[in-house]
Write a protein that binds this ligand. Structure first.
Ligand SMILES: Cc1cc2nc3c(=O)[nH]c(=O)nc-3n(C[C@H](O)[C@H](O)[C@H](O)COP(=O)(O)OP(=O)(O)OC[C@H]3O[C@@H](n4cnc5c(N)ncnc54)[C@H](O)[C@@H]3O)c2cc1C
Ligand code: FES
Length: 376
């Protein structure tokens, strides 16, 4: 496994507000960097910024398809969110931003001769990797079919609405799009005395949430019962991902076919390496780290995790979200034991094979060896 931790300065060439609370940023990829920034649909970019003197990194899924020359991400504002609000307020065409090459294992490999059927479940900003996958598949796999169930609160929250509708129009035999709103807007009827009448829901589509029942109803539909689906891709808030996963497994769908991408809060920023999280060692641990062929010795005496301990020594391991979801910091535990705060970014078989998320790993034994260079 090669640990690509070199940032590249990319120029922003497009800043477009998709809704009041979400901005799309398009990056120009110069010819010399095209190789580094090749990606598979579903992957994300890691952005590094210095805000108020604080260095921070965040992951953003690529929302553009593979056949476009500009690579785009969509950043949705979060209440009190440092980076999401900064980018929504401050990003301008012409700005240069430090970006890591694409990574992530929530992805699809395109094959122009394939005839696949994929089902996508998205909610809110979770549409970002899915729209890249769907647009890339429809363009690059002429025999493939895509089905998307996309949940939002109301009409104003739907991201990429026009783009999705355009795809539906262009690929009408190969793309089925279903929106579902939990609280569609109520509108007062027009007309002279409209203001006297109670507001009414005008939304004609489905109303509700993506939950177990909705999954079951969608897939038990006559059109899907006999269809062989080659993969299910889910991205959205945690509870929606879990409900969808449970709904699919209840229908006896093989777990290997279900792929999930979680977005979640970073636990600590790079400059907060002293504010460590819970679950740490009660022992002094000598940690040997192998990173890009180099051996590094660390001594961890408190509940610092491996990434924080490396950063304290000014050594940059691969990392992005710091919240245990993106798996950029994954490495092989070759000796000793660690405890992880969060391990959502690892598959069960990866855990069994000794892989750990180093941004979440606290040593439990006196001797620990962590190898970033060991591939899967
Ligand atoms: C693999 C991956 C891909 C991602 N792709 C996208 C994307 O395409 N578009 C996008 O907008 N975001 C995406 N994210 C989330 C993004 O990386 C940031 O976490 C998000 O923008 C919040 O950063 P912030 O600095 O604004 O918030 P922070 O200042 O870090 O947090 C502010 C508050 O919001 C909470 N919080 C932080 N993140 C989330 C979250 N995701 N959901 C709910 N609450 C949260 C925190 O607990 C805190 O209370 C992705 C994350 C991962 C791991
Ligand atoms: S940096 Fe994302 S899981 Fe560790």
């Amino acid at each position: 496994m090669k640990n690509i931790i070199q940032f590249h300065q990319l120029k922003i060439v497009a800043v477009q507000y998709e809704t009041d609370t979400a901005v799309r940023l398009g990056f120009h990829i110069p010819e010399s960097k095209k190789g580094d920034f090749q990606f598979e649909p579903g992957q994300y970019l890691t952005i590094s910024l210095t805000i108020n003197g604080k260095k921070v990194r965040r992951a953003y899924s690529i929302c553009s398809p593979t056949h476009q020359s500009v690579i785009s991400v969509l950043v949705k504002r979060l209440d009190n969110g440092l980076v999401s609000n900064y980018l929504n307020d401050r990003a301008r065409v012409g700005d240069s931003i430090d970006v890591l090459p694409p990574s992530g294992r929530f992805k699809l490999t395109l094959n122009k001769n394939a005839e696949h059927h994929y089902y996508f479940f998205g909610a809110g900003s979770g549409i970002t990797p899915l729209i890249s996958m769907i647009a890339s598949l429809l363009e690059s796999e002429p025999h493939t079919h895509c089905y998307l169930l996309y949940g939002n609160r109301d009409e104003d929250c739907i991201l990429f609405r026009k783009k999705l509708e355009r795809l539906q129009l262009v690929y009408k035999n190969r793309f089925v799009l279903k929106h579902i709103l939990s609280r569609p807007k109520k509108v007062r009827p027009n007309g002279t005395f409209g203001f006297l009448r109670p507001p009414k829901v005008e939304w004609q589509g489905e109303i509700g949430r993506i939950d177990k029942k909705r999954i079951s109803d969608s897939l038990q539909d006559e059109n899907f019962k006999t269809l062989k689906i080659d993969g299910y891709y889910i991205c959205g808030p945690g509870p929606m991902i879990e409900a969808t996963f449970d709904g699919l497994t209840d229908l006896k769908i093989e777990k290997d076919l279900i792929h999930r991408e979680y977005f979640s809060a970073p636990v600590a920023d790079i400059s907060d390496v002293d504010s460590v999280s819970s679950g740490g060692a009660q022992v002094t641990s000598n940690v040997k780290v192998i990173l890009d062929g180099k051996k590094i010795d660390l001594t961890i005496t408190d509940d610092t995790n491996i990434v924080q301990a490396l950063l304290r020594k000014d050594i940059e391991p691969p990392y992005s979200c710091l919240s245990g979801t993106c798996s950029t910091c994954m490495a092989k535990l070759e000796k000793g034991e660690v405890v992880m705060d969060v391990s959502i970014g690892l598959e069960e078989d990866e855990k069994e094979r000794g892989f750990v998320l180093t941004c979440q790993s606290h040593p439990l034994t006196e001797e620990v060896t962590i190898n970033y260079d060991k591939g899967l």
